[in-house]
Each structure stands twice: as structure tokens, then as C-alpha cells.
Design a protein around this ligand. Structure first.
Ligand code: PMP
Length: 386
């Protein structure tokens, strides 16, 4: 084995090409993709406008300098587009390579801005796999072997209002997902996010919302937090941001972001962050999402999945828009169902902290007919194991 693999029992499907909502393997077999590279390909695979934007940028230039040293048009244009879409307090984006790096940058930003050290995140939260991001992970199984991790990080239960008094004037930031993804799609209830924001504001802590799965239309709004009447102090993007190309960002106000350029300057350094080709893809991606009416239909498509997925083995289908979890009775059912679905030409997946669920996070462009076909395959798989 020359290519390192950390999921040694994964299917290792030899994918040759991808278009729209379909993946094709080396034998020519076609798969309906219900997971979009884990909430990445929101506009579908190989969208012609994304390909065109990438081609044009490749011909102009690829990497030219470490982030922030030169003025690169794709970076400038992308930051301006994000500022246009976001509330006015989220006007300044630092572009990075990945979701983990966005989390790292935001945690540094919060510590520097508040001059405090304590970081609070949530039980079953996921923000990435690098040391800082891993420290905020709310799951012992996946982080224990890598200890010691970052000091002064603790966890609160998502949706538990009575724990909010643990946010104090020692807290630099609270980092949480707008909707918990790897926990198995757990949405905030009862104005929880508003209450978190109010508590943060009252003690001077920053609220960092991780929009890495919820961003760019997945929940039926351009950004997940728009469903909950809350505006974070810092927001994290990656996954769908780059339209299939590697890109992340952490975004805040200019005032807060400025603390990374002062005393000392270069508060975060990244060579490839905001790669011009990824930025060109991201701009095309946002244009497609903004103009093609894709986001407006996402909630109805989610409801269609929910209305079609009824079976004795399904306890519930949770989530919002096209960020759904199909709750089965145990992990064995989920894994057997996934295997049968793959055999029948459908790709679904499990969740890191909820392996008894099937993941539904397809390209947002999936049609009603394709949703119908996907649900029939899932139900057939459950009939076969039931
Ligand atoms: N935050 C969330 C909510 C995620 O789902 C992920 C990736 N699964 C990350 C952060 C980390 O992103 P990346 O894998 O790009 O580092």
C-alpha cells in the first residue's frame, strides 16, 4: 500500500468521473451521489461554469505568493462576494485551505482579540482534525490517543440552555456548528443560538459559528444561521465554498480581524490559503447558487425525502433542507444498508458520531425524480436487511 488510508474498511470505490449528481467508476457503473463529497458539491459535480472559471484562472496564474502579500484578483473578488452575501458585521474574510485551518485561524483570532484563553465547544461537535480543531472536538474516542491537546478547552451540551452560564468573562469564544453535522444532524431548538449569542455578548466572548457543512445553500438559506435569527461574531466556511476545490475561510468584522495584523503582524500565515484557482471556482459557485434558483428549492427537496422515507427500521429522518440523517436502529443496519445501496448504484454514508444513521447531503441540484429513485433504493436496502 503506497497511498496511506485511515479508513481501511471503506469501499475504496475507483471513481473515474463525476457529473451533476452522478459518480462513475472505472467499470462504467453509475452511482447517484447522496453525499456530495460530504456536503461539498452543492452545485453538482463538474458544473460547466465552475470548469470554465477554473480553466480561465489556470491560464492566468496559479500560486504566485504566500497569502496576503500580493493583491490577487480572485481573492479580492471572492472576499467582496462573501461580504455582499453576509450581514454587514461579517465583512472581512481570511482565506485558508480547509475547514480545519479556518477553525485554527478563528481560535487564534478569538484568543488574540479577547486576550483570554478559554475556549468552549460542544459535546459531539466537529471542527477538524488538526491539533487546535481536534482539541475542540466533543468526542473522546477520536481525540484521546492524541493528547495532550490544547489547554483550557471545555465542552457544553448543544441545545442545553442551563449550561450557558459556563460562558463567563474568562471565555475567549464559543465555537459551535450552526447545525451539528457529525453528531447526526442535530438542529438548534428553542432559540438556542440566540441565547448563546446573548450570553456571549454579555460576557464579552466571541461566538464562532461553524458553517462548514451548513453553508452555501445546504439548509435552504445561503447560510445556516439565517434560519435562526442570529449573527455570529466569526463564521467558518470550507467544503461547499470552493465549488469542489480546496478552500476555507474565517470571516469577521474588520475591527476583530485587524488584531491578526498587529502586535505582532502575520498573526496567521498560509502559503496556499485562498489559492487563486479555488477562489475562481468559489466565485463561479456563488454566482450559480445566487442566480439559478437552486437554494430556494432546497427545503422542499428535504421535505420530499422525509415524506418518502417511511419504513419499520427508520425511527426518524432529521434535519433541515438537504442536510438530513436517517435514524436506523443500530450501526450494523446503517452499514449493511450503505453496502446494499452501493451495490444498487446509490452512495450514502454514516456520521462520525452517529454511525446508526444514513447521511443524506446530495448536490442541491438533485431533481424530484432522482430523490424518488434514491428513496426507493434506500427502502429496498432496508427491506433486504429487515
Ligand atoms: N467543521 C465541520 C462542521 C466539518 O464537517 C468539517 C469536515 N467534516 C470540518 C470542520 C473540517 O473541515 P476539513 O476537513 O476541510 O478540515
Amino acid at each position: 500500500m503506497t497511498l496511506a488510508r485511515t479508513a481501511i474498511d471503506s469501499p475504496n470505490l475507483p471513481i473515474l468521473s463525476a457529473e451533476g449528481v452522478y459518480l462513475y467508476d472505472e467499470s462504467g457503473k453509475k452511482y447517484l451521489d447522496l453525499i456530495a463529497g460530504i456536503a461539498v458539491n452543492n452545485v453538482g459535480h463538474s458544473h460547466p461554469k465552475v470548469i470554465q472559471a477554473v480553466k480561465e484562472q489556470v491560464q492566468r496564474h496559479a500560486h504566485v505568493m504566500v497569502y496576503g502579500e500580493f493583491s490577487q484578483r480572485p481573492q479580492q473578488q471572492l472576499a467582496a462576494k462573501l461580504a455582499e452575501l453576509l450581514p454587514s458585521s461579517l465583512s472581512c474574510s481570511y482565506l485558508v485551505n480547509s475547514g480545519s485551518e479556518a477553525a485554527e485561524g478563528a481560535l487564534k483570532l478569538a484568543r488574540k482579540h479577547t486576550n483570554r484563553t478559554e475556549i468552549l465547544s460542544c459535546v459531539n461537535g466537529y471542527h477538524g482534525s488538526t491539533f487546535g480543531a481536534l482539541s475542540t472536538m466533543g468526542n473522546e474516542l477520536y481525540k484521546s490517543p492524541f493528547k495532550p491537546l490544547l489547554p483550557d478547552v471545555s465542552h457544553i451540551q448543544f441545545n442545553e440552555e442551563q449550561e450557558l452560564d459556563r460562558i463567563t468573562d474568562h471565555t475567549a469564544c464559543v465555537l459551535m456548528e450552526t447545525i451539528q453535522g457529525e453528531a447526526g444532524t442535530i438542529a438548534p431548538i428553542n432559540d438556542y443560538l440566540i441565547k448563546v449569542k446573548e450570553r456571549c455578548q454579555s460576557v464579552g466572548a466571541l461566538l464562532i459559528l461553524d458553517e462548514i457543512q451548513t453553508g452555501f445553500g445546504r439548509t435552504g438559506k445561503m447560510f445556516g444561521f439565517e434560519n435562526y435569527n442570529v449573527i455570529p461574531d466569526v463564521v467558518l466556511f470550507a467544503k461547499a465554498l470552493g465549488g469542489g476545490y480546496p478552500l476555507g475561510a474565517f470571516t469577521s468584522s474588520e475591527e476583530i480581524m485587524n488584531c491578526l495584523s498587529d502586535d505582532p503582524p502575520l498573526g496567521h500565515i498560509t502559503t496556499f490559503g485562498g489559492h487563486p484557482v479555488s477562489c475562481a471556482a468559489a466565485i463561479a459557485n456563488i454566482e450559480i447558487l445566487s442566480s439559478d434558483g437552486i437554494v430556494e428549492n432546497v427545503k422542499d427537496k428535504g421535505e420530499l425525502f422525509k415524506s418518502l422515507l417511511h419504513h419499520d427500521l427508520i425511527a426518524e429522518v432529521r434535519g433541515i433542507g438537504l442536510m438530513l440523517a436517517v435514524q436506523l436502529q443500530n450501526a450494523d443496519q446503517a452499514h449493511r444498508s450503505m453496502d446494499i445501496c452501493r451495490e444498487l448504484g446509490l452512495i450514502t454514508d454514516w456520521f462520525l458520531f452517529a454511525d446508526d444513521c444514513l447521511r443524506i447531503a446530495p448536490p442541491l441540484t438533485i431533481s424530484e425524480e432522482e430523490i424518488d429513485a434514491a428513496c426507493k433504493i434506500i427502502l429496498r436496502s432496508l427491506d433486504r436487511i429487515g
